[in-house]
Design a protein around this ligand. Structure first.
Ligand code: CUA
Length: 357
């Protein structure tokens, strides 16, 4: 007796399916306009992203204007000139017209004018973003994309780090983009549009942060299993702090004096078993570790995150990473090492990693 009234069945929807689908998609698309999101392109924080946002707005308003005018004329025409319902079948056609030189010229002129309105800021923007700024102040960073993390090298400062890019406020940063494997895409929505890292090709991108703080980035080109986990951050700091940071990053590390950290150091360098040493894939400057397959860990403890921006860096997440590699970042290259660490080894490695300030 559950279904007493047939009309209460699942077939009786408040909205037809297509309308529901339309509303849901619209909501999802509009969610992209959330300016408070930490990766919102509507919250531009530098000259490059501002320029790109302006081009977007010019294009948006012009297109919206055209849409409203053409749409209104269309709707008006449909209702104004439709045949009455009682029109006899053999009624004569209304007078037919063809061509109107004045109207056609006007429409062409308006279209060309609107295209110019869009083209001027667009072409200006293309030149401004594609030509790297020539400035003594410019910071150069060589970016290399790996499955699935980022290598950042500062040739002038002689600094090498991963996944967290530190830049000075108000200065142009020129990024030389390369990839070690497949196509990736470098994107910090609040600072600049995305540019691909393509095998065998050198691409460039410049950006500038006018305010201090953290900016969030993400690989924006599907690059395999953990593409969505290929994140990074940019920290904009005062010039003085940038110099201080670079000084610190240039320093090398020494082996811990003793205790659990020294045990971790030994595990890191030699591995729990033959062929499993961390040092064959990671570099820690000042120690025998000089591998280049994974991120440089020389100043690992100075970073906020681990796993290419996936997790906040703390002892608990280091444990999680070392014991559940595939769970944290599916398919990552560290899995090939078949790490099989004891609890003691995990604790020791954590203690050692914590010393890498
Ligand atoms: Cu790298 Cu997606």
């Amino acid at each position: 007796m559950e279904r007493k009234h047939k009309s209460r069945g699942p077939g009786r929807l408040i909205l037809p399916l297509w309308a529901t689908a339309l509303l849901v998609s619209l909501a999802m698309i509009l969610a992209g306009c959330d300016t408070t999101d930490r990766m919102s392109t509507f919250d531009a924080e530098g000259p490059v992203s501002l320029l790109q946002l302006n081009v977007f707005y010019v294009t948006l308003w012009v297109s919206l204007g055209i849409f409203v005018v053409v749409g209104s004329l269309l709707v008006f025409t449909i209702f104004r000139f439709r045949a009455p319902l009682d029109l006899p079948r053999d009624a004569e056609l209304p007078p037919q017209t063809h061509g109107n030189a004045a109207l056609e010229i006007t429409l062409t002129v308006i279209s060309v004018a609107l295209l110019i309105v869009i083209a001027v800021p667009t072409v200006q923007g293309i030149f401004k973003t594609n030509i790297m700024p020539v400035s003594e102040d410019a910071v150069v960073v060589n970016v290399t994309g790996y499955q699935w993390w980022w290598l950042f090298e500062y040739p002038k400062e002689k600094v090498r780090t991963s996944n967290e890019l530190v830049i000075p406020i108000g200065k142009p940063v020129i990024l030389n983009l390369r990839t070690a494997d497949v196509i990736h895409s470098f994107w910090v929505p609040k600072l600049a549009g995305k540019v691909d890292l393509i095998p065998g090709q050198y691409n460039q991108l410049w950006m500038q942060a006018d305010r201090g703080g953290w900016y969030y980035g993400q690989c924006a080109e599907f690059c395999g299993e953990s593409h969505a986990n290929m994140r990074f951050r940019v920290q904009a700091v005062y010039d003085q702090d940038f110099k201080q940071w670079a000084n610190r990053q240039r320093q090398t590390q020494v082996a811990p004096a003793g205790g659990l950290a020294l045990e971790g150091y030994n595990t890191f360098m030699k591995g729990p078993k033959v062929g499993q040493s961390c040092s064959s894939c990671h570099t820690i400057k000042g120690t025998p570790a000089n591998g280049v397959l994974g991120p440089d860990l020389t100043h690992f403890a100075s970073r906020q995150t681990l796993g290419a921006g996936m997790l906040p860096r703390n002892d608990q997440t280091i444990h999680e990473w070392l014991t559940d590699l595939n769970g944290v970042k599916p398919g990552n290259k560290m899995l090939d090492a078949h790490l099989d660490l004891t609890d003691r080894e995990v604790d020791a490695l954590t203690a050692y990693l914590d010393t890498l300030n």
